[in-house]
Design a protein around this ligand. Sequence first.
Ligand code: AMP
Length: 415
Amino acid sequence: MKRTLKDIDVREKKVLVRVDYNVPIDVNFNITNDKRIVSTIPTLKYLLDENAAVIIMTHLGRPKGNVIPEMSLMPVSARLSELLGKPVKFFGGDCISVQSKKAANDLKPGEVLLLENLRFHPEEEGKSKSGKKDEVAMETFAKELASMGEVFIQDAFGTVHRSHASTVGIVKYVKDAAVGFLVEKELKFLGEALENPVRPFLAILGGAKVSDKINVIENLLNKVDVIIIGGAMAYTFMKSRGISTGTSLVENDKLDLSIELFKKAECKKVNFLLPIDHIIADKVDFLNKSIPDNAVVKTTLDEKIPDGFMGVDVGLRSIDKFSEVVKSAKTIVWNGPLGIFEVSEFSKGTIEVAKLVAERTCKGAISVVGGGDSVSAVKKAGVDERISHISTGGGASLEFLEGKELPGIASIPNK
Ligand code: AMP
């Protein structure tokens, strides 16, 4: 068990907190979704109640080691100040400048300082100014950051799968370190689902590619009782079983692997469910996520997809079949949409499953949803409040489901 915020002494200390404020910002510098900021407020409020001086570190976007004014954290500092109901000190420019260090040094108990975008420094991601891999530069940068505080709190779940100066390097140079409330909650829900699930344990996986989720499927086959595969991923599995898939997205180089995964599911006695009918279209405008005017859209009678058509969503009979297993599941992990849900006509499968998972959660099941698209889907279905846990880290939650060690978590000492 990792050391958590309440296990360490933060009272009146200078506390460095790594958060993930990589939020969407529009051309007028408005934050269009502040969930990532909101979800760190409990940790920050606790620290302020403990009279800590709080120094916040984050990245925003992919400036790749360059100072890009559009990726400044200035708009984030304004929103954070509103949410905390107190001023947030912020200096544009260099996060380890003399000015930033002086501000950190002068910071009083109960005050908040936000450092500028860490990724304006290539060293944050382990590179030198010339863009080459440079561990020494990363260590030096980590040390500089650490010099501004005494204690480190890891609350950036969206970034814990990265081994960076502010997620791993920094820990060596502070007196104490722990995970914050946001990361603690992620570890509790994802960890308990995988290590100690109440059974039956159901995984629902969708999305575009088998190749992105092979490791997740492999790992989950050791843990779950039932797995539902939807989205474009399903067609590769179907084709490997000799079922016609028309022009659906299929990864032909993953057919053998799909057969292996079926075999593994059989050996492990995992009920492996694929769609039994589909919504199909002869054309889709993938660029604009829309249906071209002259496109033909219909539903298949069974699992076969005719020539010239591609699967775009699961059909009603599949939803019924999936609903049976959702209704008896006691732990549900879901990652990835079951169709091209960005097109409203092809979003029914994903939205219905979101509703079913929410209903089942109301009846006592634990549900964990991760991945940007599934999170948007539960919101679109209006059921996000009823899911037990919505993960704040797409990539990090996938790596967790793969059973990988996350460097930003591994670096934190155990209790
Ligand atoms: P992922 O990032 O792997 O979770 O994939 C999400 C993407 O998969 C979304 O943009 C969906 O539109 C896409 N997707 C889901 N089902 C299909 C499908 N049947 N055909 C093509 N793309 C799909």
